[in-house]
Design a protein around this ligand. Structure first.
Ligand code: GDP
Ligand code: GDP
Length: 494
């Protein structure tokens, strides 16, 4: 009998610590009207969904993807409606589109929904066949939906027998609309999702995990999440459009289905890049004026999802006001660093500083780096690019800097290499405090994205601020980690 109360929901992994791009994927399948959208909406609650357009012949359909929260589990959930071919043609999900292949290749689990009130229909059997043919490796769970008013044991039991005959094991009884059976769904999904997480590289599971084995290249090749932020009218949309035009767009941002946040995705030199929160500001851009149109809270939420943040400034405005950054821009830049993201500053509209204005061009090129150094003293070498989004000039520079910052942000240094370096650095005579040289026992990198190090110190000592800064600075210089946040944590050895 389905339980409606919450079961003990306790996973051994903290799913909230897993980078969303790495979460396992669950796809919802079933013939039309069984309740896929209802379940999708229940699982993602009010979180945003992103929409993929699937150009399938001449019909464009949408696949929605969202981050599902079920108790303490998190996973990506896909609504497969976009993979269906016209129901009127009598077959659904029958044609294999390129998109189907792409989607199934990155899916681990399918929830196959049926409508308990209709009993098994011929189309349900087709969905079953389709799954077996195209997704033999995807673990399928059959969920009998719309069970909320069917309390009588007999009915559900009879339907279970029928659903079992689909060949995907014991079905579960749920109601996407009332939430009945979510505890069962949790219990069914938990071991499957945990199995998946078990196979992720250690460091990605938990902030504090010390990793033992690690493949540097694979991490560097994870999809890069880029946020383009800035005040209204600085040229974010224009820049975005040139980036998307120039590169192969994998997902268009032009769907009307979701309003809040749609990610565009493109390829740059073979690397997949997600643009975080394009729609969020696309809608704001130009239309709303005034200082409140760039909400720091909203921006912060997006910063958390981005790996690299491109902060766009208006070069022409800088020339006019002779000051490079507005208060809100400084705030965003600081937040970006505090959140441990990589920052790239893009100074746009440089085409307006030509001819009579060409002396201003040079001024802007001088002012911006100086002011950034003053406002963000904790980091040296933040990349700054001067571009004209309108003329399409400099977009390659932007992308090269973004990719380079990301590479640094993902860097990993072996403990052996670090300690060889440490011995050399300690023998330098630049330490403020003489005892520092004997205090640091060894150094190890505990995490990348951003690079985070632990300095083990003898006993309960602490490094002086000046020497901590010197250590960080040397580390950044010697290992090419300039321009990105790098953290050193001090820990006492017993
Ligand atoms: P989809 O075509 O599979 O995405 O199905 P929808 O989610 O659009 O649902 C089809 C219809 O079934 C809608 O009218 C929903 O309100 C209804 N529905 C979905 N889930 C439930 C449920 O758990 N119980 C009941 N009674 N109706 C549901
Ligand atoms: P957003 O609000 O930041 O997305 O800004 P938009 O991309 O909508 O641009 C605002 C205005 O600035 C538009 O009129 C653009 O045509 C113009 N603009 C954007 N980039 C440039 C540029 O590089 N040079 C010049 N001259 N104008 C630009």
């Amino acid at each position: 009998k389905p339980k409606s109360k919450k079961a003990r929901m306790k996973s051994r992994f903290d799913f909230t610590k897993i980078d969303v791009s790495l979460l396992p994927t669950v796809i919802l399948v079933g013939r039309p009207n069984v309740g896929k959208s209802a379940l999708f909406n229940r699982l993602i609650r009010r979180r945003e969904a992103l929409v993929y357009n699937t150009p399938d012949d001449h019909v464009t359909r949408d696949i929605r993807e969202g981050i599902a929260k079920l108790g303490d589990l998190r996973f990506k959930v896909l609504d497969s409606a976009g993979l269906e071919t016209e129901a009127t043609s009598g077959t659904i999900l029958s044609r294999t589109t390129e998109m189907t292949g792409i989607v199934l290749a990155r899916t681990q689990i399918a929830i196959f929904l049926i409508d308990i009130r209709d009993g098994l229909q011929p189309l349900d059997l087709e969905v079953g066949k389709w799954l077996r043919k195209h997704a033999p490796k995807v673990h399928t769970i059959v969920a009998m939906n719309k069970c909320e008013s069917l309390d009588e044991q007999g009915l559900i039991a009879a339907a279970s027998g029928e659903a079992y005959s689909l060949g995907f094991g014991d079905p579960i009884a749920i109601s996407a609309e009332t939430g009945l059976g979510m505890a069962e769904l949790y219990e069914t999904l938990q071991p499957l999702l945990e199995e998946f997480v078990l196979h992720l590289p250690n460091v990605l599971k938990c902030e504090d995990d010390t990793l033992s084995e690690f493949d540097e290249n694979s991490e560097n090749n994870l999809p890069l999440q880029l946020a383009i932020v800035g005040r209204p009218n600085v040229g974010k949309s224009t820049l975005l459009n040139t980036l998307l035009q120039e590169n192969r767009v994998l997902v268009g941002p032009e769907s009307g289905l979701t309003r809040d946040s749609i990610r565009a995705k493109f390829q740059f030199e073979g690397r997949v890049i997600y643009l975080v929160d394009t729609a969020g500001w696309l809608h704001r851009s130009g239309k709303e004026k005034g200082p409140s149109s760039l909400s720091i809270v909203q921006t912060r939420k997006n910063l958390m999802r981005a790996h690299v943040v491109a902060l766009v400034l208006d070069g022409e405005e800088i020339a006019r006001s002779r000051s490079s950054m507005k208060h809100e821009e400084v705030m965003i830049a600081r937040r970006t660093i505090e959140e441990g993201r990589a920052l790239v500053v893009v100074v746009n509209k440089m085409d307006l500083l030509k001819g009579k204005q060409s002396s201003m061009y040079e001024k802007v090129v001088q002012i911006v780096p100086k002011e950034i150094q003053i406002e963000l003293p904790q980091i040296t070498g933040i990349p700054i690019v001067f571009i004209s989004a309108l003329e399409g000039k400099g977009r390659l520079d932007v992308m090269n800097q973004v990719v380079d910052a990301y590479r640094k942000w993902c860097s990993r240094l072996s403990t052996a290499r670090l300690n060889r370096w440490l011995q050399k650095v300690l023998s330098r005579h630049s330490w403020k405090d003489q005892s520092t040289q004997s205090k640091i026992k060894y150094l190890t990198q505990v995490k990348a994205r951003p690079p985070t190090f632990v300095a083990f110190l003898s006993g309960k000592t602490e490094l002086s601020d000046a020497d901590t800064r010197f250590l960080t600075k040397s580390l950044k210089e010697d290992f090419d980690l300039g321009g990105i946040p790098v953290r050193i944590v001090q820990r006492a050895t017993s």
